[in-house]
Structure formats: C-alpha cells, structure tokens
Write a protein that binds this ligand. Structure first.
Ligand code: ASC
Length: 129
C-alpha cells in the first residue's frame, strides 16, 4: 500500500509522532506534572490506542534502508521478536485506554508504567541511538 519505501518510512514515523505527544500527556498526568483532566486523558488514550496499531504496517520488506530512519536491521532479521514486541506494546496501550476511560487517576497511573516499559524495550532493541 506504499508506492515507495520512503513513503512507508514517513508513514511509520508520522504514526510515532502522533503517538508520542498523546502518550506524553497521559504520562504527565500519571506522574503529576500536569493536572488530571479525565476528558483530555480519555481523548489522548483513544488516540494512543489507535496510533499504536499503525506503525507496524510501515515496517515491511525493503523499508530497512535510508537516511530517515533509525530502524535497526534486527527488525527484519529477528522479525518474530519485533512483532511480539509490537503486539505487547499495542496490548499495553489498550490497557492504558481502558484505564483512562474509567476516569480514575489511580487506574491511569497503574497502566502507564508498563506501557512506557514496552516503548523503551522496543527502542533499546530495535532503534539506533
Ligand atoms: C514516552 C515516549 C516514549 C516512551 C519512553 C518510555 O512518553 O515518547 O518513547 O515514553 O520514553 O521510556
């Protein structure tokens, strides 16, 4: 569904670029750096839940080269591990979304840490510095 590898790379980076600030808002609320706003949290959680499912489509074969990516070759050479990490991340983001929708800050706090851990795990293994 992408005309060129660069389009896939741009797509996946765009998805992460949407994901990150919405996840960041949830983290700021969970960590007390921003006042808890249940409606704003629920909205960002909806964005996070959807956006977390998007990047994978942009990591197809032939999208490993280029100056505009920090993707490591292990994404493709250890693709089952990468896919498992992506699925784990998506699952944790669904939990964050469910927690945010309860309107209870303690639930958001409980869900946020494990979700952030799945971001970091994938960056450590599959993203260049
Ligand atoms: C974020 C964000 C990430 C993760 C990561 C967690 O808010 O943008 O990439 O959390 O920093 O360690």
């Amino acid at each position: 569904s992408f005309q060129k590898p660069e389009d896939a790379i741009r797509y996946r980076r765009g998805a992460f670029r949407v994901l990150a600030p919405h996840f960041g808002v949830l983290g700021a609320m969970a960590n007390g750096r921003m006042p808890y706003d249940a409606a704003a949290a629920a909205r960002s959680a909806d964005v996070v839940a959807i956006a977390s499912t998007l990047p994978r489509a942009g990591f197809g074969p032939g999208t490993d080269k280029g100056e505009n990516t920090r993707a490591k070759p292990e994404i493709w050479s250890e693709n089952a591990k990468f896919r498992a990490a992506a699925e784990k991340m998506q699952g944790e983001m669904q939990k964050v979304a469910a927690a945010a929708k309860t309107g209870n800050l303690d639930n958001l706090k409980a869900a946020f840490g494990p979700a952030a851990g799945t971001c970091k795990a994938c960056h450590d293994d599959f993203r260049r510095d």
